[in-house]
Design a protein around this ligand. Structure first.
Ligand SMILES: [Zn+2]
Length: 157
């Protein structure tokens, strides 16, 4: 009988954005390249984002996620889906509004969180967010991890 990976064991961890893998050119023009999503004109920051992902305030969103993850950890909450349940009050209290708040929900939702491949190369999910974070010089964020599959447990080995 083959064991399956228990998604209850998925967990979040803080990761430096500089350590996120590069994005691959894909269906969006802003993937696979570095862009400047905010223009500085005459000392003013002009918001001219290229897309929804590059429009978000990922520094604020990521720091809110890191803070919520820290609070969850202090409460002994580790599993990703439990963190997501725990996070609901913190997300509402984060001060983020509208689409930035929605992005925070997504960053802490196990099904659509930022997921770096097991080898640390490429993304399982979230490469557009990762590229936007890099382009916006975000320092750190929260990524979903899972215990490595070993030996006979892995159907792919
Ligand atoms: Zn983009």
């Amino acid at each position: 009988m083959m064991d399956t990976v228990d998604d209850d064991l998925d967990y979040f961890e803080v990761m430096a954005v500089a350590d996120l893998p590069p994005s691959e050119p894909n269906r969006a023009d802003c993937l696979g390249v570095s862009i400047t999503p905010r223009l500085q004109i005459l000392g003013f920051t002009v918001r001219q984002p290229c897309c929804w992902y590059h429009e978000r305030d990922w520094s604020a969103i990521s720091e809110a996620a890191v803070a919520i993850l820290g609070q969850a950890s202090k409460s002994g909450i580790v599993r990703a889906k439990d963190v997501y349940k725990f996070a609901q009050d913190g997300i509402r209290a984060s001060g983020l509004q509208g689409q930035d708040r929605h992005a925070l929900y997504e960053l802490l939702c196990p099904g659509i969180a930022l997921m770096v491949g097991p080898s640390g190369k490429g993304y399982t999910n979230g490469q557009h967010r990762g590229q936007a974070m890099k382009d916006l010089n975000v320092k750190r964020t929260v990524v979903l991890r899972w215990p490595p599959m070993t030996g006979e447990e892995s159907p792919c080995s």
